[in-house]
Design a protein. Structure first.
Lengths: 525, 377
C-alpha cells in the first residue's frame, strides 16, 4: 500500500509500519484506508449475495435455512450501503477534494482520522452478530418494527450500536467536507468554478448531516422499545409500527441520494475529459443536484404506498416523487450533450462512465414507474424493486466508484492500469450484471415477492439465469482486486496530466501525487 | 433434473437475448404484470403499460442519440470537439418537456388511485389477520372464522418429493368470496407487519398490528386466484400463500352453510373424551401445520436460530400445566413462540400437546383432553 507514496518527502516525520496508518492525518492516507475498507466490505457483502443467489438458484430449500437466508439479505444490504458504497464515496472525497480545490489537506485532519477509524470497529461489531446466539439481524436492511423490536434476536442491540457508530463516522466526515469546501479553496476558485465532483459531495454532506441524526433517532427508539419499556412502535402501548417507517424513510430516501449524488459528480468529471469538451450546462448541473437533494426530503413516503396512508397523502407523495424525474433527466441530457460532437476516446474510465449513463437511466425509469402510486400497489416489495435499486446502486453508484478508481488510480499510484485486463473486467462485468438484474424485472412483475428463500415454479428459469449472472459478476470483482493490486505494484509510468483531455488542479501535480500537495496555494484564474 | 434445468436455463439465456421483444409468447418465462381479474386491476395494468411505453420511447430516443454520438464523434474518426457548453434555451426546453409528460401521466394515475382507494358502500366485509405464518379470515356478516396456512408438504420444500404444480401456492382453507359483490377487506395483524397480496386483484395491503387498513374488490367471474405475503414477516415469510376462490352466489351460500356445519362439529369435538390414538393422529397433523416450521419434524428445533427443541425439553416432558401455559399464552421470554390459544380450538390444542408429550421419544404417557385445555384457558 505504501507504494502510493514512494517519493520520500524529506520534511515528513510520519511513523512507519502500522502506526503510520493508525495515526495518520493525511487526506491521501485516509482516503486510501477508506477505499480499502470499502473494497473489503464489498467483497464480504458480495459473498453474502452469492449465498442468496445460490439458495435461489433452484426452487426448494437447498443450502441455508430461511432464518439464515433472511440474515443474509439483511446483512448484505446493510454492508453494501453502510460499508461499501458510502465509505467508498468518502474515500474518493478524501483523496480528491483537497487535490481538486487546491487545498493542502482536509480542514479537520484529526477528526478525519477518527471518522475513519470508527468504521472498522462498527463493521466488525455488525458482522459479529452473525456468530451470536439466536443469529444475526434477520429483518431486512430497512428493519421495520415490530419485526426488529419485539420479534428480533438478542443480537439486534449490537446492530443498533453499530448503526450509531456508523452514523457518527458519516456525520464527522460530512462536517469535514463542508468545512474544507467552504474554507480551503485556492484563491480564485469561486463556488461556481468548483469541479462538479466537489459540488455533488458538498451537497451530499448537507444531506448526511440532516438525515443521519434521524436514523440515530430511529434506532434509539428501537433500543428503548426493546430494553426500557417504551412503546414508540408498539400499538399495544399507544405507539405505531408505521411511525417507524416514517422515521426510517425520512432518513432512507435522502440516503439513496447520498449514495448517488457523488456518483453523478464522478461521471460529470470523466465524460468531459474523454469527450475533450467542456461539461454541457455546468450551472444547470449544480442546480439540478441541489433540486434533487431538496426533493429527496419531501418524497420519502413513496416507499409506503401500501401501509394504509390516507389517499391525499398518496396523491401528494406520487406527484412529488415523479417530479424528481425532471432534474434527473436534465442530468442525463447534459451528459449526452457533453458527448455530442465531442472527440471521444474510450479508455477504461470512459467505458464505465458510459455504462453508468445507459444503465442508470434504466434504473431511473423503473423508479419513475414505481412513483406512480396505483401501479406501485403491484410493484411494491417484489423483485421489480430489487431490480430497480440494483440498477441504481450497482450499475449506478458502484460503477461510478469503479470508474473513479480507473480514472484516478494513475494519479494515486503513478502507474497506468493495464488496458487489456481492464477491458476484460469491464465487458465481463457489464454483461454479467445485466444477466443478473435484468430478469429480476420480469419475475417481479410476474409476482415474485422479495426476501423469500424459496419460490413457486413459474419463477424457476429466470432465477437460475439471474444466479448465473450473479456468480459471474461476483468473480469479475475479485478480478478487479487483482487489477488494482497489479497497478499498485507496477505498470507503465503515468504522467502528471495522465489523460490527454483532463482539466483541473489534480492533474497539475505529479503522479503519484506527493504525500503533501498544494502547501502553497495555486492560483486559479 | 438439475442438469436438465441448468441446460434449459443456459439455452434460454441465448433465447432470451434474441427474443426479448417477442418473449411474451412463451409461458415458461413470465415477463409482465398480470392484467388481473377486476376492473381496478385492468386499470392498474393499463396505467403500468402506458408509463412503460413512455419510458421506452424516451429511453430509445436518448440511447439513440448516445449511440450515434459514440460511433460518430470519435477521435479515431478525426472528430474535432465542438466548443459549445451551455444554452439556457435548451435547458428550459428539456426541463419543460419532461414536466409536461409527467403532468399527462398524473391524470390517469390520479383517477385510478381514487377508484382503488374508494372502499365506501361495501356489500360485505371480511377481516384478514396476518399471523406468523398464516392468514385468518373472519366473515363479519356470517360468523365464519378460520385459518389458512400453507398446504405444500415439507418433503417438497426439502427436495425429497417431486414439487407439485402449485408448489408454495396452495393452502388448506382458501378464502371464498361471492362474485358481483363489493367486498371490503379489513386488514390487520396479530404480530408483525404482513402484506396481503393477490396480484389478480390489482393491489396489496399491509397488515399492521394494532391498526386496521381497508381495501376492496369486486370479481365478475368465478375462479381461483393465488397470491403471497409481500412484506418480510420473519422466518417463514416465503411460506404463507393466499388462495382466493370466487364462487357464484348459490355456490357461495352452499359454502357458507357447510362452514356453519363444520363449526357445529368442532363444538361437539371439544366436549367429547378422546382416545390416546385419536389424539396422537390429530395431533400429528396439527403439529405439521402449526409447529413443525420452527420445532422441526423430529422435534429437534433450530437452537442456533433461537427455536428450541421439543425432544426431551423440560416443558414437553415436565408438568402438563407448564406445557399448556406456553402453548396457550405464548413465550414470555421468546416472542417467536405465538399464543396458540387464540388460533386453535380446544380439541386441536389437546391433540397437539398430547402429541408433543408422546412423540420424538418424549414418552410421558400423558393424555390431555379438550376439557383440560378449556380449564387452562
Amino acid at each position: 500500500m505504501s507504494t502510493a507514496t514512494t517519493h520520500d518527502d524529506h520534511h515528513d516525520h510520519r511513523p512507519s509500519g502500522i502506526m503510520r496508518w493508525i495515526t495518520t492525518t493525511n487526506h491521501k492516507d485516509i482516503g486510501t484506508l477508506y477505499l480499502w475498507f470499502a473494497f473489503t466490505m464489498l467483497l464480504i457483502g458480495g459473498a453474502m449475495a452469492m449465498v442468496i443467489r445460490a439458495e435461489l438458484f433452484q426452487p426448494g430449500l437447498q443450502i441455508v435455512d430461511p432464518q439464515f437466508f433472511n440474515t443474509m439479505t439483511t446483512m448484505h444490504g446493510l454492508i453494501m450501503v453502510f460499508g461499501a458504497i458510502m465509505p467508498g464515496m468518502v474515500g474518493l472525497a478524501n483523496w480528491q477534494i483537497p487535490l481538486m480545490i487546491g487545498a493542502p489537506d482536509m480542514a479537520l485532519p484529526r477528526m478525519n482520522n477518527w471518522s475513519f477509524w470508527i468504521l472498522p470497529f462498527a463493521g466488525t461489531m455488525l458482522l459479529s452478530t452473525l456468530f451470536m446466539e439466536g443469529g444475526g439481524p434477520a429483518f431486512g436492511w430497512t428493519f421495520y418494527a415490530p419485526l426488529s423490536t419485539t420479534f428480533a434476536p438478542a443480537s439486534t442491540d449490537f446492530f443498533i450500536f453499530a448503526v450509531h457508530m456508523l452514523g457518527f463516522s458519516s456525520i464527522m466526515g460530512a462536517i469535514n467536507i463542508i468545512a474544507t469546501v467552504l474554507n480551503m479553496r485556492a484563491p480564485g476558485m469561486t463556488l461556481m468554478k468548483m469541479p462538479l465532483f466537489v459540488w455533488t459531495w458538498f451537497i451530499t454532506a448537507f444531506l448526511l448531516i440532516a438525515v443521519m441524526p434521524v436514523l440515530a433517532g430511529a434506532v434509539t427508539m428501537m433500543l428503548t422499545d426493546r430494553n426500557f419499556g417504551t412503546s414508540f412502535f408498539d400499538a399495544a402501548g399507544g405507539g405505531d409500527p408505521v411511525l417507524f417507517q416514517h422515521v426510517f424513510w425520512f432518513f432512507g430516501h435522502p440516503e439513496v441520494y447520498i449514495m448517488i449524488l457523488p456518483a453523478f459528480g464522478v461521471i460529470s468529471e470523466i465524460i468531459p475529459t474523454f469527450a475533450r469538451k467542456k461539461l454541457f450546462g455546468y450551472s444547470s448541473m449544480v442546480y439540478a443536484t441541489a433540486s434533487i437533494a431538496f426533493l429527496s426530503f419531501i418524497v420519502y413516503a413513496h416507499h409506503m404506498f401500501t401501509t394504509g396512508m390516507p389517499v391525499a397523502g398518496e396523491l401528494y407523495f406520487m406527484y412529488a416523487t415523479v417530479m424528481i424525474a425532471v432534474p434527473t433527466a436534465v442530468k442525463v441530457f447534459n451528459w449526452t450533450a457533453t458527448m455530442w460532437r465531442g472527440s471521444m476516446t474510450f479508455e477504461l474510465p470512459m467505458l464505465w462512465a458510459i455504462a453508468f449513463v445507459f444503465l442508470f437511466t434504466i434504473g431511473g425509469f423503473t423508479g419513475l414507474m414505481m412513483g406512480v402510486a396505483p401501479a406501485d400497489m403491484q410493484y411494491h416489495d417484489t423483485y421489480f424493486i430489487v431490480a430497480h435499486f440494483h440498477y441504481v446502486l450497482v450499475t449506478g453508484a458502484l460503477f461510478a466508484i469503479i470508474a473513479a478508481a480507473y480514472y484516478w488510480l494513475p494519479k494515486w499510484t503513478g502507474h497506468m492500469v493495464n488496458e487489456t485486463l481492464g477491458k476484460i473486467h469491464f465487458w465481463w462485468s457489464v454483461i454479467s450484471v445485466n444477466v443478473l438484474f435484468f430478469p429480476q424485472h420480469f419475475i417481479g412483475l410476474a409476482g415474485m415477492p422479495r426476501r423469500i428463500p424459496d419460490y413457486s415454479l413459474q419463477f424457476a428459469d429466470w432465477n437460475m439465469i439471474s444466479s448465473i449472472g450473479g456468480f459471474a459478476f461476483g468473480v469479475a470483482q475479485v478480478f478487479f482486486v487483482f487489477i488494482v493490486i497489479k497497478t499498485i505494484r507496477g505498470g507503465e509510468k503515468a504522467t502528471g496530466q495522465v489523460w490527454e483531455g483532463a482539466h483541473g488542479l489534480e492533474w497539475t501535480v505529479p503522479s503519484p501525487a506527493p504525500y503533501h500537495t498544494f502547501e502553497t496555494a495555486p492560483e486559479v484564474k | 433434473m438439475f442438469a436438465k434445468s441448468l441446460r434449459r436455463a443456459l439455452c434460454s439465456l441465448w433465447g432470451a437475448a434474441l427474443l426479448l421483444g417477442a418473449g411474451s409468447s412463451f409461458a415458461e418465462y413470465p415477463l409482465n404484470l398480470t392484467q388481473g381479474a377486476t376492473d381496478i386491476s385492468h386499470k392498474v395494468y393499463d396505467l403500468h403499460m402506458m408509463v412503460f411505453w413512455i419510458c421506452v420511447v424516451v429511453c430509445v430516443g436518448v440511447f439513440a442519440v448516445l449511440i450515434y454520438s459514440i460511433f460518430t464523434h470519435r477521435k479515431s474518426k478525426g472528430a474535432v470537439p465542438a466548443t459549445f457548453h451551455e444554452s439556457t434555451t435548451v435547458e428550459i426546453i428539456w426541463t419543460t418537456i419532461p414536466f409536461l409528460i409527467l403532468v399527462g401521466m398524473a391524470v390517469p394515475a390520479t383517477t385510478t388511485l381514487l377508484a382503488l382507494e374508494d372502499t365506501r358502500d361495501p356489500d360485505m366485509s371480511i377481516q384478514i389477520t396476518g399471523y406468523q405464518w398464516k392468514w385468518k379470515y373472519d366473515y363479519l356478516d356470517e360468523d365464519i372464522s378460520f385459518f389458512s396456512a400453507l398446504a405444500t408438504p415439507r418433503e417438497q420444500i426439502e427436495g425429497t418429493a417431486e414439487k407439485g404444480e402449485n408448489y408454495l401456492l396452495e393452502v388448506d382453507n382458501p378464502i371464498v368470496v361471492p362474485i358481483n359483490k363489493k367486498i371490503r377487506f379489513l386488514v390487520t395483524s396479530n404480530d408483525v407487519i404482513h402484506s396481503w397480496w393477490v396480484p389478480a386483484l390489482g393491489w396489496k395491503q399491509d397488515a399492521v398490528p394494532g391498526f386496521i387498513n381497508d381495501a376492496w374488490t369486486e370479481l365478475s367471474e368465478p375462479g381461483l386466484y393465488r397470491g403471497k405475503c409481500a412484506e418480510l414477516c420473519g422466518k417463514d415469510h416465503g411460506f404463507m400463500p393466499i388462495v382466493l376462490v370466487a364462487k357464484t352466489e348459490e355456490d357461495y351460500q352452499a359454502w357458507v352453510n357447510e362452514q356453519k356445519g363444520a363449526a357445529a362439529a368442532d363444538a361437539a369435538a371439544a366436549t367429547k373424551t378422546w382416545s390416546m390414538d385419536d389424539l396422537m393422529a390429530k395431533g400429528e397433523s396439527v403439529y405439521k401445520t402449526n409447529c413443525q416450521a420452527c420445532h422441526q419434524a423430529g422435534g429437534e428445533g433450530m437452537p442456533a436460530a433461537g427455536f428450541p427443541a421439543l425432544k426431551g425439553s423440560p416443558i414437553a416432558t415436565g408438568p402438563v400445566a407448564g406445557h399448556l401455559d406456553i402453548v396457550l399464552h405464548g413465550g414470555k421470554k421468546n416472542p417467536a413462540m405465538a399464543a396458540f390459544g387464540q388460533q386453535l380450538n380446544d380439541a386441536d390444542l389437546a391433540a397437539v400437546i398430547t402429541y408433543e408429550r408422546n412423540a420424538f421419544g418424549n414418552a410421558t404417557g400423558d393424555v390431555v383432553q379438550p376439557s383440560d385445555v378449556a380449564a387452562a384457558r
